[in-house]
Design a protein. Structure first.
Length: 161
């Protein structure tokens, strides 16, 4: 086997190693998310900030129903060796106090995404609660005379993904 054969075997071996370590990282991420999801009440938000050739970051935040952070873990790095680490300085603070207005670091952007996910879930739960308490809100807002039907389905794209 010549130099080219050795190089091909080397690169295939490196690719297999990367695949194995990526699967381990995904398993660790999934287990951590499931562990944080077991909280009795509150919200879980996950934020991911990644670019192709620079440092990426992931943040997982759980809050109680009032928006106080009960658990916070973050991961930052370029390689598959990065793992979610606890972020104790955020625990006990309200999510509004942890929101970074002009984020420049990847970990701040990921944390903001997680907080935005929690806020949207809080809003959704609040709307459901209001409709459950007052079902007339739902029926009063629908006017059958103003409904137009079309054959085309409406498609919504989320450009932030």
């Amino acid at each position: 086997m010549g130099i080219w054969g050795t190089l091909i075997v080397f690169f295939v071996g490196m690719w297999v190693c990367q695949l194995i370590f990526t699967l381990k990282q995904m398993k660790h991420f999934r287990l951590t998310m499931n562990e944080m999801r077991k909280q009795a009440s509150g919200f879980l938000g996950v934020g991911v900030q990644k670019t192709r050739f620079s440092v990426g970051a992931v943040s997982m935040v759980t809050t109680d129903t009032d928006g106080i952070i009960t658990q916070c873990k973050s991961m930052k790095g370029v390689t598959v060796f990065a793992r979610l680490q606890p972020t104790p300085e955020k625990i006990g603070k309200h999510i509004d106090a942890c929101f970074v207005i002009t984020p420049t670091k990847p970990e701040d952007k990921a944390l903001n995404m997680a907080i935005e996910n929690i806020r949207s879930e809080q809003l959704r739960k609040q709307q459901i609660k209001q409709i459950d308490e007052n079902p007339e809100l739902l029926t009063d807002s629908i006017e059958t005379d103003s409904i137009e039907t079309t054959d085309k389905p409406s498609i919504v794209f989320n450009s932030s993904c």
